[in-house]
Design a protein around this ligand. Structure first.
Ligand SMILES: NC(=O)c1ccc[n+]([C@@H]2O[C@H](COP(=O)([O-])OP(=O)(O)OC[C@H]3O[C@@H](n4cnc5c(N)ncnc54)[C@H](O)[C@@H]3O)[C@@H](O)[C@H]2O)c1
Length: 250
């Protein structure tokens, strides 16, 4: 997959899935700006990549802040002269069903999960159009494709909006060489999930819905991002790509 020298911004890349994406893209020669609220984790991820011979920078940013977005995109362009790839990955989940969720919590979910992708696209697209193209990848979820009974309704609504924001951008800006796709992971194997899985009933319940019979790994998700960012995906635009072992097949 060719992503060599592609100047890339990945949000929420201090830890979790975003840091795996950053490591993988850097391994393939991309130059990655790690955006995160958490300065300690973000700097550590960047330092590890640089120590391993990769090109990475940490930039502290709140992805809900318009000023932070403007500064981050300016920094990437100032440092590397362009912006080839934007991965809107940062997201949160307030784990409450609709009956228990306040309107403020709903707004927070929408702001972080959907507003961040809106702002990232708003500031990246003018740069990409000016230079003749670019790639945007939005991290949605299986919950951006289906209603899922174990997931908060606000999370599902926020991720569903990301799915169609992606397609709207894909259709409007393809003429400028900008491709925009979304990825839709199912539950990823993290320490949090392993704690949940100590309850055998919950484990059986969750694994039972995956035709391939296992959880996603962060490598599964990062590999999808690598492909969509690469030149090999040059005709892939407006796609909502499940990384879910078949969860959304039925
Ligand atoms: N983990 C899963 O099972 C799973 C499944 C489907 C989709 N997703 C999506 O994948 C993305 C990454 O999930 P993850 O599991 O790696 O989460 P995570 O909580 O491990 O990491 C999220 C990162 O985003 C950062 N962040 C949060 N709010 C921010 C803000 N306002 N500004 C800047 N940075 C901020 C955090 O500091 C953290 O480093 C999210 O959009 C999530 O909804 C995750």
């Amino acid at each position: 997959m060719n992503v060599k020298d592609k100047v890339t911004i990945i949000t929420g890349a201090g830890g979790g899935l975003g840091s795996e994406m950053a490591r993988l893209l850097c391994k393939h020669g991309a130059k990655v700006f790690i955006l995160d609220l958490d300065a300690e984790k973000g700097q550590q991820t960047a330092d590890e990549i640089v120590a391993g011979g990769g090109a990475a920078w940490f930039f502290k940013a709140d992805v809900t802040s318009e000023a932070d977005w403007k500064a981050a995109v300016d920094k990437a362009v100032e440092t590397c002269g362009r912006l080839d790839v934007l991965v809107n990955n940062a997201g949160i989940n307030i784990r409450k069903p609709i009956e228990e969720m306040s309107i403020d919590e709903w707004c927070t979910m929408m702001k972080v999960n959907t507003g961040s992708a809106f702002l990232g696209c708003k500031y990246a697209i003018p740069v990409m159009r000016k230079q003749g193209g670019g790639v945007i990848i939005n991290t949605s979820s299986v919950c951006g494709l289906i209603g899922h009974k174990y997931t908060p309704e606000a999370y599902t609504a926020s991720k569903g909006a990301v799915t169609l924001l992606t397609k709207a951008i894909a259709s409007r800006y393809a003429k400028d060489g900008v491709r925009c796709n979304s990825i839709h992971p199912s539950t990823v194997d993290t320490p949090f999930v392993q704690i949940l899985f100590k309850d055998p009933e919950r484990k059986a319940e969750r694994l039972g819905e995956v035709p391939l019979g296992r959880l996603a790994t962060s490598a599964d998700v990062a590999n999808a991002v690598l492909y969509l960012a690469s030149d090999e995906a040059s005709f892939i635009n407006g796609v909502a790509l499940p990384v879910d072992g078949g969860v959304t097949c039925y």
